[in-house]
Design a protein around this ligand. Structure first.
Ligand code: ADP
Length: 609
């Protein structure tokens, strides 16, 4: 919707033909900002000063003026060129870019991406203490900082997320969910015991397994609950090797990992929760695959370069710089390269991706009901996922403040764009929170009847149907919903370049051990449509209104950059997330999805036979 099309929305806020910055900023700032993301709605103190010289314009004049004249802002000049289009460009108005705040722990890449995007760095000597829009740091914020946050400000951490990010807490929460909802859906974390409390239970399990396996070995891994980067880890098959002093977890060691070449790997999947109430989860379509740098070998459990996939360890390995079988040099791939590799083996990467998405939703769901309410914040998580040779994904760990160092070309490729896309995503969704705040007085947290109607009219009944309307494009009526969705996905996550890279490596793809289990074939695009099967199973009910973005504050945006909305994923879960988070109903919906997927897999297997 153009600025002029949006102006009538401002009519309500015009009293006696006067538009003030304050009224527009408070009531419609988010609508305007959604269209023009480089506007800066300033803090109260600044507003007060500005109000003294507030522009008084009549409605007629208002229609003819541009938003930057209204806000007294100008086109931001960035190194990378113009963020606004030339037809939008005002002439000679002063610039007020958005302002970010950092501390000594803020990753360098965050600062450089924000500067490139035309943001200003907060300077406490020059600026008012409240004059910033985004505070990004590695450590969490104190509750008082959350309470004091202003409507125009965003924090990059949500309070209470350690429930997921401490290894012992994660295990306890997931165990609790499995018991509470008696569902096998939660069987994606390896059997885990928290030491020292569970020591007796662990020993009993260890002995039971020894008996069952007979002469075969039983493998376990012991990890400090609070440490990271592979520090303090022990892998053992003899009880006498288990040593711990403070809180550790002892976990079943996955001894049949999916190997690339002969190297173990795990996935770093980025997830952004833009709101816990209502729960809104995005998964990043690109990510990292981290490799061990020595060949996997169960006969030497002490070789961490073969058993741990942490880059911090493998960077210093003797084979890091060598060209390794299939993996190549270094210890990282992009996720898209990995999926491309799997497709070359005829693996159903879509099914794998769907399982990962379900796992992400179920994990966040384990903590969502108990996190404190805090609107103006978001959390970028790094999920560490190990795939076994049956293509089952296992959750190893969830990291808050995932590493953002740019110490290798793959990191640069993935992480710069990641930060860029987080800003884009949070920007859209943060503004929704601002809207929500205004709506709270009347609607509370519930999803009103009129909201539901508007949602249906504006977005159709499913979030991914909104995706079909989001971009300005006319669809042919013969296009299937799936085709439309596939076309709208970010193209560069599966470039032909990556395919070429894979083809170049064809000679290296000679299996050195059993190939990953064969699954159904599908188009390469589908791998990056997390709920393509779901889309396929629902006819598009929405009328397509090309070019009209959804009204902010109603339903979450279906995607931003490479982030794709995975929760809520249908109308039922949208409702369940709004109305006090009905976990039971959400789990039932996920169960339905899983049940739906399996007949398809069975059918594919039968066809192949
Ligand atoms: P940290 O926080 O120290 O990185 P992780 O739980 O991520 O701890 O474990 C480090 C590495 O150890 C993982 O990247 C993975 O390669 C390996 N690992 C951890 N748990 C298991 C497990 N249960 N089975 C197999 N490998 C594991």
């Amino acid at each position: 919707m153009s600025w002029v099309q949006r102006l009538p929305l401002l009519a309500d806020s015009i009293q006696e033909g006067v538009l003030t910055r304050e009224r527009i900023g408070r009531s419609y700032g988010s609508t305007i900002l959604a269209c023009y993301p480089h506007y800066h709605i300033s803090s109260k103190s600044q507003e007060r000063a500005d109000l003294r010289s507030a522009k008084k314009v009549t409605w007629k004049q208002a229609v003819s003026i541009t938003p930057w004249q209204l806000f007294q802002i100008s086109k931001p000049e960035t190194k990378k060129g113009k963020p606004m289009t030339t037809e939008d460009a005002p002439s000679g108005a002063p610039l007020k870019p958005l302002v970010f705040r950092v501390d000594e722990t803020t990753p360098e890449v965050v600062q450089s991406v924000l500067l490139e995007c035309g943001w200003d760095k907060f300077d406490e000597k020059r600026q008012n203490v409240e004059d910033w829009n985004l505070y990004w740091r590695t450590s969490s914020f104190r509750m008082t900082e959350h309470i004091r946050v202003k409507p125009w400000q965003r924090l990059n951490h949500h309070p209470g997320t350690t429930k997921l990010t401490r290894k012992d807490h994660l295990a306890k929460h997931l165990k609790h969910m499995r018991r509470m909802y008696s569902t096998s859906l939660y069987e994606f974390i390896p059997l885990t015991f928290v030491m020292p409390n569970d020591y007796i239970k662990f020993v009993a399990e260890f002995c039971k397994e020894k008996q069952t396996l007979g002469t075969k070995q039983s493998y376990w891994i012991c990890k400090p609950a609070e440490l990271s980067r592979g520090r303090g880890i022990i892998i053992f098959n003899d009880l006498r090797d288990l040593i711990f002093n403070d809180t550790h977890i002892v976990q079943k060691y996955i001894c049949n990992p999916l190997l690339v070449g002969r190297y173990k790997c795990d996935l770093r999947v980025y997830v952004c929760v833009t709101s816990f109430k209502p729960l809104t989860i995005y998964v990043y379509q690109e990510g990292l695959v981290r490799f061990a740098t020595e060949k996997f070998d169960l006969s030497n459990l002490q070789d961490f370069y073969a058993h741990l996939t942490n880059s911090s360890i493998n960077k210093s390995g003797a084979s890091y710089g060598k060209i390794k079988e299939v993996v190549g040099q270094g210890c990282k791939w992009t996720l898209s390269r990995f999926f491309s590799y799997l497709r070359n083996w005829d693996v159903d990467d879509l099914l794998l991706w769907q399982k990962i998405n379900s796992m992400v939703i179920l994990t966040v769901l384990a903590m969502a009901p108990s996190v404190p309410l805090a609107d103006n914040c978001f959390e970028l998580f790094g999920f560490d996922i190990l795939i076994d040779d049956n293509l089952k994904p296992w959750l190893l760990e969830v990291n808050c403040s995932p590493a953002l160092s740019l110490d290798c070309p793959t990191n640069v490729l993935v992480k710069r764009k990641l930060i860029h896309d987080v800003i884009e995503l949070v920007y859209l969704n943060g503004l929704r929170n601002e809207d929500k705040e205004h709506g709270k007085a009347t609607n509370g947290n519930s999803f009103s009847k009129s909201d539901q109607c508007k949602l249906r009219e504006a977005h159709g009944s499913l979030p991914y149907e909104a995706l079909l309307q989001f971009k300005s494009r006319t669809y042919s009526s013969s296009d299937t919903v799936e085709e439309k969705a596939v076309r709208l996905l970010p193209k560069h996550t599966r470039t032909s370049q990556l395919r070429e890279m894979m083809n170049e490596q064809k000679d290296l793809l000679v299996p050195t051990r059993q190939a990953p289990r064969l699954m159904s074939r599908h188009t390469p695009h589908e791998a990056f449509v997390p709920y393509a099967s779901l889309i396929r199973s629902h006819p598009c009910k929405a009328k397509v209104s090309p070019g009209i973005p959804p009204d902010p504050g109603q339903a979450p945006s279906p995607h931003a950059g490479n982030f794709v909305l995975i929760f809520p994923f249908n109308e039922a879960t949208l409702g369940a997330s709004r109305n006090g988070l009905n976990v039971k109903q959400i789990i039932q919906e996920l169960q339905k999805l899983t049940n739906k997927r399996h007949p398809q897999v069975e059918k594919n297997k039968t066809n192949r036979r």
